[in-house]
Design a protein around this ligand. Sequence first.
Ligand SMILES: Nc1ncnc2c1ncn2[C@@H]1O[C@H](COP(=O)(O)OP(=O)(O)OP(=O)(O)O)[C@@H](O)[C@H]1O
Ligand SMILES: [Mg+2]
Length: 250
Amino acid sequence: MNTCLLEIKNLKVRIGDKTILHGVNLTIDEGTVHVIFGPNGSGKTTLVGAIMGLPQYEVVDGDIKFKGESILSMPSYERARLGIGLAFQRPPAVKGVNLFHLLKAVKRNEDDILAAAEALNLKDYLHRDMNKGFSGGEIKRSEVLQMKLMRPTLLMLDEPESGVDFENIVLLSDIIKEMLEKKQPIVTRKRSGLIITHTGLIIEQIQADVGHVILDGRILCSGNPHEILEAIRTHGFERCVECLEKQRKR
Ligand SMILES: Nc1ncnc2c1ncn2[C@@H]1O[C@H](COP(=O)(O)OP(=O)(O)OP(=O)(O)O)[C@@H](O)[C@H]1O
Ligand SMILES: [Mg+2]
């Protein structure tokens, strides 16, 4: 049996004076890929930001354990060193820091950087300031390039396919699958994924294991990601809202 990599219990998170997550429970085992669906503003980015320890997300209750240890008191860079990585939904442009210099801080070997950039069609972007003037799809590929070189044990991707053209989605998916050791049998896989998606395109390519619907800062249901996506496509999140109301009345 695969062991637990990430365990989140009753997580409550606030931004300023607004509570966004109202008690999230989530367990991710080694070697598994989880997908999160949810309408705009439901708390998806807040969840991965809180796992990464970004300072704007204040944990007011609950716990986040990674490999059995609470990480709540650790700054983001320590969490990254432990093996948690996040490809941002909307990363900032960083003037004066070119992509190559950033990648050098992650990986010393220049040949590895060049090979990874080549694989993501980003070789010509290495000398440019990070994300400055990058198109939406280029930003997403640049985020995945950083993850490819960091090789996190828990790979979190916040809407990785948003704005990416079809050919590049196939390319991204292949690289993400490789990062998640999808070619290995599940029992020997050590890396796990937490992927936020609206389109579901990426999960069809990656073969996700578990899906979750997050609504109003709570995980409303979990199950087969393909079935959940099909239900959302057919009925929309409105049906999820009805389901939440029924659960509340019980
Ligand atoms: N700095 C902030 N101050 C106040 N509210 C905020 C702040 N940042 C985020 N929020 C609110 O928190 C809620 C959850 O935001 P979050 O980014 O987690 O949503 P999401 O599920 O990722 O949505 P999307 O699908 O649009 O990316 C939203 O209502 C958002 O407006
Ligand atoms: Mg978001």
